[in-house]
Each structure stands twice: as C-alpha cells, then as structure tokens.
Design a protein around this ligand. Sequence first.
Ligand SMILES: Cc1cc2nc3c(=O)[nH]c(=O)nc-3n(C[C@H](O)[C@H](O)[C@H](O)COP(=O)(O)O)c2cc1C
Length: 319
Amino acid sequence: MHLSFAPLEGITGYRFRNAHARWFGAADRYFTPFLTPNQTYKFTSREKNDVLPENNTGLTIIPQLLTNNAEHCLWALDVLKNQGYDEVNLNFGCPSGTVIVKRKGAGMLTDLEELDRFLDAVCNGFSGKISVKTRLGLQSSDEFPRILDIYNRYPLSEVIIHARVQKDFYTGTPDLEAFSAALSACRHPVCYNGDLFTVSDYERFCQTFPTVERVMLGRGWIANPDLGNQIRGKGTLDKTRLRGFHDELYTAYRETLSGETPVLFKMKELWFYLHCLFEDSEKVLKKIRKAKRLRDYECAMNEMFDHALIADAGYRPVK
Ligand SMILES: Cc1cc2nc3c(=O)[nH]c(=O)nc-3n(C[C@H](O)[C@H](O)[C@H](O)COP(=O)(O)O)c2cc1C
C-alpha cells in the first residue's frame, strides 16, 4: 500500500514533515498544504520556504496548488518544475466558505464547464504530472459521475478522493458507496482519503476495497505520528520518540518564527491532534490551550508527557 501524508494547512509544513520523517520514518509522499498562485506571480515567503528543495531533503514532496486561474496555475507549475518538481496536485476539495465563494477548492466543482476549460488549459500547457484532490461534489455525491467524466478526459496521474461533499466539511462519515462507484468509473489511479484514523480503520478499508493501492491519511497520522509504521506492522510508539519529535518541531518553530505567540499557536494546533495519544488528556489539553507564554506551555506539555500512552489511539474530535 502506498501511504501519502495528507496536507493540513497550518500543520504539515516543512518543519513538521522533516521532524515526522526523522522520528517516524518518511511517508511515501507528503503533499504540501496548498500554495495560492495569484496575479502577483509571486509566492509568499511561507510558500517559498515550504517547497524549497533544501527544506525538504530526502522527502518525496508533491506541492499542491489552489487556484481557478489557468495562467496563474501554469506560472506556478513552471516555477515548481524549475525547482525539480515534476508532479503537482490541484486542490478541488477545500470546503472553506471564503475559498468556495471565489470558486476555488471544492468551489471548482460548481461550474463543470469552467472546470473542464481550466483542466484543458493546464494539462495542455504543462508537461509534468498533474493529479487532483477532490470532494465528491458540493451538495450531493450524485454530482460526482459528471465531475469524474471531466477528470477522465485528461491525463491525470492520480485522483485523490476525499469521500465527502463540500457541505459536510469534515463531519459525518465518508460516503463509501459513492467512492466505490467512483473507483470503478475512474480511469486514473485512485487514492482514497477520509477518516482512516487507526490500524483497524485501515484494515477494514482494505477488506472492503482490496484493489485500492493508495491511501492518504491526515488527522489520524498527525494524532498518531507512528500510524504509518503501525499500518505496516512495525510500529512501536514510545514516549522517547514522541518526545524527540515534539522537541525537534518545537525547536524548529522557535528558531524560525518570531515571538512566542506564533510558536504557541503552532504547538496548540499540534496538540489538538496529538493529545489523542494520551490517557485522560482533556484537562491538560485545556492547560496547553490556555498557555499565554512558552513557559506555561512547557509546564503543561511536560504534564501531558507524564500521562500514559493509549495503545490503539486514534484521532477523535475534541468535545
Ligand atoms: C485544518 C485542516 C487543514 C487542511 N488543509 C488542507 C490543504 O491545505 N489541502 C488539502 O488538499 N486538504 C486540506 N485538508 C484536508 C485534508 O488533507 C484531508 O483531506 C482531510 O483531513 C480528510 O482526511 P483525514 O480524515 O485522513 O484527516 C485540511 C484539513 C484540515 C482539518
């Protein structure tokens, strides 16, 4: 099975990916959180840093773009190609309201003629590989057959399906029936994404879909950074490695972000997921979330590491 680390904006940037790979072994591929090419024809420094080859040494990285403008997209593909990336992923899945109103992300699924024109221009203008990460539709997965007809017209290297529709955001359960229909009808390699949080989730999925060779894991792999190894039957999560991972990431944020507030913000986001690994973590998580200074954070974080680890932990949303 090919395991891809899903992009989570604000979390799985280059510092996270490097620390993850060092302490838990690299994912087969890491997708970057979306970069947003626009009329400035410039990436922000955050975006530049995230794809800089020297910030991603030894990792297989697929940069992801969020745009509905073919010219901006082709510019970005060219810049990325010159940096050595011969494969780029297009985001047709972001459900956020501010993205949808601009007809980007899952908003690209609103007007299928526009989607067709966009893919036509981008696929004809770029010689590298293009994959898409998509939702099943906006309101209903009944929309997907028509969307897939369009994907099937272009030489995409992969279709990654987050088996939900836009209006679900991240709630409810993935629509496996619609995924199954998509799997049969798609002429490209298909990668499944959605709610594989534990080894048992993964095994159940493989039993249901024995022909699927690619899955993408997001929240579950962040909540349990050892999930990939556990899926491969060689995971041995222990606090030493987890602490090493934490400390490397914490140090990297302190060295590269200015001031305590952005560092605290990043660490709080990480613990939103990571606390799932620890027994009785709710109270300590609250302390982490309330920390206003790094020294408060360190106290709360040390207290968290005093808690026992849960053996078969998986991501669970905070109540
Ligand atoms: C906070 C957050 C940020 C995300 N950022 C991105 C992103 O930049 N690009 C993208 O394609 N998907 C993004 N996603 C969606 C994930 O990549 C993934 O599709 C989703 O979490 C479902 O997979 P999972 O159930 O394994 O987590 C984001 C999700 C969350 C919760």
